[in-house]
Write a protein that binds this ligand. Structure first.
Ligand SMILES: [Zn+2]
Length: 107
């Protein structure tokens, strides 16, 4: 459990330093007890932010290559789906056409 703890060194304010040692120890203990949950919460939130930022940086080149490559092929696919070639004259015609608009062949 001790190994899983993260320590932050903080500067002790002057007004605490000048206190009598017994009082100072008590003040520091009580202060630590009160700020610990807040720091842990802050640590949790900030660590998640940092992780997402780091992941974004790492994933950006992958995302770009992923987005750039499929989009033209998708356009090609839709073009291929919308057109076909007439079996008679070989010209490109609408995929849904029942007759070739060039040679009039029934499809
Ligand atoms: Zn034709």
């Amino acid at each position: 459990m001790e190994k899983e703890e993260f320590q932050i060194k903080l500067k002790i304010p002057e007004f605490v330093k000048i206190l009598d040692e017994t009082v100072r120890t008590e003040v520091l203990k009580e202060t630590e007890k009160r700020i610990k949950p807040n720091i842990e919460k802050e640590f949790y939130v900030t660590a998640k932010e940092v992780i997402s930022e780091k992941l974004e940086i790492l994933e950006t080149p992958k995302k770009v290559s992923k987005e750039k490559k499929p989009s033209p092929s998708k356009k090609e696919e839709t073009l291929l789906e919308k057109t076909k070639h007439c079996p008679k004259c070989g010209k490109e015609i609408d995929a849904a056409a029942k007759f070739c608009r060039f040679c009039g062949a029934k499809l």
